[in-house]
Design a protein around this ligand. Structure first.
Ligand code: TYD
Ligand code: MG
Length: 469
């Protein structure tokens, strides 16, 4: 293919097409395909002869493996997610919605690295140096020896960084604004993002600096998502949170040097992002005690127990098809729990809308949340509040039984620490849970918990609901 043949690249998923089309055949997105010239920067041009390969030294699998050399950032929640600090020569992508606090987090990290006596460089492609300074001043970091530049040309950036002592940390904010001479497309297109990332990755591997790339994720996929560089980098962190909540959660999506199930919790304050060492207390701080439809789930995020409230609202439906809406949990798991409640517990929900929400903007992935979700749903349907000092956990199987989950003792210990006295646990977890200092109710078949919450059955809410219709 000649160097100037136009190619059409989906700005959402990076698929390449020979001609323009309205819908991407690969990811199904509409109107995301844009014309881009030139192919990838590393291929030899048409005139260039192929380089003769140089033989490599092959190594045996056995041998001493040094632990990856790390530079801790000093922000404990960030280090928890990266697995103990930034690895030398690695590239990390931090993705998130615009305005979530990525720049704030990374200027704080850069300042912490600089304070520890290492060289930290912050390259902003979005803000002028004065703007970055202003933010640092507001955060009380103006005295930290972070070196700043407002630049978007990757070649110039790499040349500057290569000139003097290798920095420990380089923050590039954001990868979408960067561009390289080698590619003719506009900045922000898939080819540019990929080409610029490639150069920065090569710089990191060669020099041993840890490079952090910031990537905006837009929901409509109009701007080239950082998804196209996800497979090129060593770790991908996603910074999440609801705009209206002040909690921000940093989650590892991919990590070549550490775990991917840890989360870091921050709170956005007027003085920047503050680490939250005890997230359970924070997530439970605004509970509606005594309201039906809320259950406290004793969960585990990575190695850390985390208590969070699950809220359900079950209301008679006014439409032909009942609505099922869920925020912070898996839609399919909700469907499964509802099916088990219908099939094995005699709880009829087909005439009801069901809403389920995880309080505080957290997203739960554990199946252990099944029991808490079921308890919240039954509590809302029966209009019967759950005991406010109880926690719930357990996985529900399709046969209607509650199955044990990992780390029972850690969950109960955290709950006891926060003043809970009772726990509804899977039957088989009993022995593990015995000396937690809590009143335990073990649940074998799920129908037991329905009986415990609504001993008189579900008629009350159903009848009043039917009257309203
Ligand atoms: P920012 O880091 O610029 O977001 P991103 O780089 O992800 O686009 O953060 C922007 C938001 O953070 C903005 O809405 C204001 C808020 N903020 C605070 O609440 N406190 C602070 O100390 C700072 C610096 C920002
Ligand atoms: Mg920013």
């Amino acid at each position: 293919m000649s160097r100037h043949t136009p190619t059409f690249v989906c700005q959402n998923c990076g698929a390449v097409f020979g001609r323009w089309q309205g819908k991407c055949g690969s990811c199904g997105a509409w109107n995301t395909i844009a014309e881009e010239t030139s192919s990838t920067p590393v291929t030899a041009g048409p005139g260039k002869p192929y380089r003769k390969g140089r033989p490599l030294v092959l190594h045996p699998l056995a041998g001493t493996a040094d632990d990856a050399p790390r530079t801790p950032s000093g922000l404990a929640e960030l280090d928890r997610v990266t697995g103990g600090g930034f690895v030398r020569g690695s590239v990390l992508l931090v993705g998130g919605d615009p305005g979530i606090g990525k720049s704030t987090l990374l200027i704080q990290a850069a300042a912490a690295i600089a304070r520890a006596g290492h060289r930290a460089v912050y390259i902003s492609g979005e803000e002028a140096v004065a703007q970055v300074r202003l933010r640092a001043e507001r955060l009380g970091l103006a005295q930290a020896a972070v070196e700043l530049a407002a630049e978007t040309a990757v070649e110039d950036i790499v040349a500057t960084l290569s000139e003097s002592m290798t920095p420990r940390l380089v923050v590039v904010d954001s990868i979408q604004t960067m561009w390289t001479d080698q590619i003719e497309s506009a900045p922000g297109t898939v080819s540019q993002v990929r080409g610029a990332a490639q150069l920065l990755i090569r710089y990191a591997k060669r020099s041993g600096a840890a490079v952090i790339l910031v990537g905006h994720v837009t929901k409509d996929g109009q701007i080239a998502g950082p998804r196209v560089v996800e497979h090129m980098v060593d770790a991908v962190l996603s910074f999440e949170g609801e705009g209206s909540h002040l909690f921000r959660i940093l989650r590892a999506v991919k990590n070549r040097f550490g775990p991917t199930d840890e989360i870091g919790v921050f709170e956005m304050t007027s003085g920047g992002l503050q680490e939250v060492a005890n997230p359970s207390a924070l997530f439970l701080s605004q509970r509606d005690l005594g309201a039906p439809g809320t259950a406290v789930f004793a969960g585990i995020e990575g190695t850390r127990p985390l208590l969070v409230e699950m809220q359900a609202l079950v209301a008679p439906t006014l439409l032909g098809t009942p609505r099922r809406a869920v925020v912070g949990w898996d839609q399919n798991r909700l469907a499964m729990v509802l099916a088990v409640l219908e099939a094995h517990c005699g709880v009829r929900l087909s005439g009801h809308d069901v809403y389920l929400n995880v309080a505080g903007g957290l997203r739960i992935q554990e199946p252990a949340a099944d029991l808490a979700a079921a308890a919240a749903l039954v509590s809302s349907l029966a209009n019967a509040p759950l005991p406010s000092d109880a926690v719930y956990f357990g996985e529900i199987s399709l046969s209607g039984m509650v199955r044990p989950v990992a780390q029972t003792a850690a969950r109960l210990k955290e709950a006891a620490k926060l003043g809970f006295n009772r726990a509804f646990v899977p039957d088989m977890a009993r022995s593990e849970a015995r000396d937690a200092g809590m009143a335990l109710t073990s649940i074998g078949p799920l129908v037991d918990i329905v009986g415990a919450i609504a001993p008189k059955g579900m008629e009350r809410r159903d009848a009043s609901g039917a009257g309203k219709e």
